[in-house]
Design a protein around this ligand. Structure first.
Ligand code: WT7
Length: 644
């Protein structure tokens, strides 16, 4: 996307007022007081001594304060009339459903916390969750938070390998899974994956199995327990453990530029305060809001925008278990109609997929309850934005295009209907949230001129910021705080237009965004070379009209391995097995050499130019680092391969 999109004719019915800019400038002029006021909207067991302590990268928020996230999300509401309010409308893929009130949620959270405590979980212990989108997933997260036990949720589409790596690093004592998961009418054997992963995870003492399907599963005596059996001994009340504001609420893994995913650690106090505030500004949350975020709880979007932010407000949530197009392409619209959803949050990939199926699906259902639409995860093209605005929002609902990251904890740049609306521009995330000092800068750290591409950075700490990378503070410093001294580096390219609107262009590093999911090129490459028939591999994200990017692999086969259709299929299957189905490569090309720099770094830029048919760019600048001849030879070869 380029700055040209800003000139797209689009009439917004929302008019600027002074409020956003007033609040924004005040928030930065007096940042600590601003966040102090926000933090007071929550219930703390002990007030903080300092709003902000320490220097970035190790800034700490609300230091000395004590709170409990599960108390904020359930007890707080259970003490009010909200105990009879719907907390969760849950819809299963096969069509079964369940409704939980805030008092149900309170009761279940307590019992689940008791189950964990009976298995020996105490403050600071890690608990791993590998579950489909069933109510037990958010309830177990809250139960962990109640005990002060950081959870690590592993997306249930990840493979045994990916699961084992995460569980091993966090040394989780308990792992929670289900005996199966429904996906497009099929039953996935989650427990088998767990059994495979656990052969190399000695820290796991107990496995809790939630019964979701009729699948028979293996049960290891003394290690595996059915949840329903453990619940028989559960106490009805477990006192919420007061934890320090800086106590980790969770660890969530995300991909970076090396083969090893990063365990992002979030604090309790800063994270909850930040998400509570931004959720109100972005989604204009009200007592009668029915909020549906279609993400899986296994990603940060689900952590912040399904569990902690909406529940901290006592909002009514919709949680759907299955695939968007199952059993038919209008399933989502049917759910919006059924639960009278008012705020709907999804990804550009999903919107583009529905766009391809046409307007008939949404037309079959009453979508008049909708008030706000949101999108997240990757840049949205203006065409998809307008389709969403017209066909889902019926030209009545603002779209909040929200930019943020696993690391930022919560939404950072977005329109703010709950605070003040600015005129929207399709494809732009508009302006930074109060307290967020975002800028687009050149290599030298100076702001770019309007329309000029630069790096998106955040100049000051904010409460939702990650605390560190689990077990790797050095990598934390290097990755986020070293490119520009004492500024948070997002790794995204962006531009600011003449009017100061932010436009996110995509990643500036070797991280791919496949249907909004984050995967590192290096991680995919190491998965590819783990196949005995692959000597070397290079991975790029090739632009795709629906998924944003698709995975394209250039691989050098070992001797005795002939490039063939069969080998392509085998390699695809292998990568699905190593990482998970989200990492399925769409295109695989076999080559005999790869363009590299002299120091041995693969030049993915050159490969990308080949794969997209764009200009290979200036190679002369590479003279010192790379064998230009080698690059050119590889380039010609790849071009031939790409054509055949
Ligand atoms: C990366 C972070 C945090 C929610 C889900 C993704 C891209 C995110 C937008 C947006 C353009 C976006 C960026 C960012 N991204 N939101 N509204 N417009 N790009 O979390 O997996 O940590 O990925 O997603 O490239 O760096 P994540």
């Amino acid at each position: 996307m380029s700055s040209e999109s800003t000139s797209l004719p689009f009439e917004s019915k929302y008019w600027p007022s002074k409020r956003y800019s007033d609040v924004y400038s005040r928030s930065l002029e007096d940042m600590e007081n601003f966040w102090d006021e926000e933090a007071r909207k929550l219930e703390w067991f002990r007030c903080w001594d300092k709003v902000l302590d320490g220097e970035p990268p190790f800034s700490r928020w609300f230091v000395g304060g004590q709170l409990n996230a599960s108390y904020q999300c359930v007890d707080f509401h259970d003490k009010t009339w909200r105990r009879n309010k719907v907390a969760l409308y849950w819809e299963g893929e096969p069509g079964d459903s369940n409704t939980l009130s805030y008092s149900d949620l309170y009761r279940e959270t307590n019992k689940f916390a008791s189950v964990l405590r009976n298995l020996g979980i105490r403050k600071g212990d890690r608990v791993a969750l590998y579950l489909p989108m069933i109510p037990e997933l958010p309830i177990f997260m809250l139960a962990c938070a109640r005990l002060g036990a950081p959870h690590t949720v592993i997306f249930s589409g990840f493979s045994a390998r990916a699961l084992a790596d995460r569980v091993k690093e966090t040394e989780a004592k308990v792992l929670i899974t289900s005996n199966g998961a429904f996906r497009r009418g099929k039953v996935l054997r989650l427990k088998d994956t767990v059994d495979e992963a656990l052969t190399e995870c000695p820290s796991v003492e107990s496995v809790i199995v939630v019964k979701r399907t009729d699948l028979e599963v293996n049960c290891k005596e003394g290690r595996d327990y059915w949840l329903k059996d453990l619940l028989k001994d559960a106490e009805p009340y477990v006192k919420p453990e007061p934890v320090e504001s800086t106590h980790p609420i969770y660890i969530l893994y995300t991909s970076g530029t090396t083969g090893k995913p990063k365990g992002i650690v979030h604090s309790t106090g800063g994270y909850i305060v930040y998400n509570h505030s931004v959720f109100k500004w972005v989604f204009d949350i009200r007592e009668d809001t029915v909020y549906w975020c279609t993400a899986d709880v296994g990603w940060v979007t689900g952590h912040s925008n399904i569990v902690y932010a909406p529940l901290s407000h006592g909002a009514t949530l919709v949680v759907y278990e299955g695939a968007p197009d199952y059993p038919s392409i209008d399933r989502w619209w049917q759910i919006i109609d059924k639960f009278r959803v008012t705020a709907f949050y999804t990804s550009p990939t999903a919107i583009r997929m529905f766009m391809r199926y046409g307007e008939e699906g949404p037309k079959r259902h009453d979508l008049s309850s909708l008030k706000i639409l949101g999108t997240v995860g990757e840049p949205i093209n203006p065409e998809a934005w307008i389709w969403y605005y017209k066909n889902i929002g019926k030209s009545r609902c603002p779209i909040v295009d929200t930019w943020w990251q696993t690391e930022t904890g919560g939404i950072m740049i977005s329109p703010l209907p709950g605070l003040d609306m600015v005129p929207l521009k399709p494809g732009s995330v508009t302006f930074p949230l109060p307290g967020i000092d975002a800028e687009v800068v050149k290599d030298n750290g100076e702001p770019t001129s309007p329309g000029e591409r630069g790096y998106l950075i955040i100049r000051r700490p904010w409460p939702g910021m990650l605390m560190t990378i689990y077990k790797d503070p050095e990598r934390y410093k290097q990755t986020y705080w070293s490119k520009f001294p004492s500024m948070y580096f997002t790794s995204d390219y962006a531009i600011k237009d003449q009017e100061g609107y932010f436009w996110i262009l995509g990643r500036a590093d070797e991280v791919l965004k496949i249907a909004g999911h984050r995967l590192g090129a290096a991680e995919l490459e190491s998965a590819a070379v783990a196949h005995p028939g692959i000597a070397e591999a290079a991975v790029i994200g090739k632009p795709d009209p629906i998924k944003g990017e698709i995975i394209t692999i250039f691989a050098i086969p070992r001797q005795n391995y002939e490039p063939s259709e069969k080998f392509v299929e085998e390699l695809k299957e292998h990568i699905r097995k190593v990482i998970g189905p989200i990492a399925t490569p769409e295109e695989i090309y076999f080559v005999t050499s790869l363009p590299k720099t002299r120091s041995g770094k693969i030049m993915r830029r050159v490969l990308k130019a080949v794969a997209t048919g764009s200009s290979i760019g200036d190679l002369s600048t590479l003279e010192d680092e790379a064998s230009v001849e080698e690059v050119k030879r590889a380039y010609e070869e790849l071009k031939k391969m790409a054509k055949s």
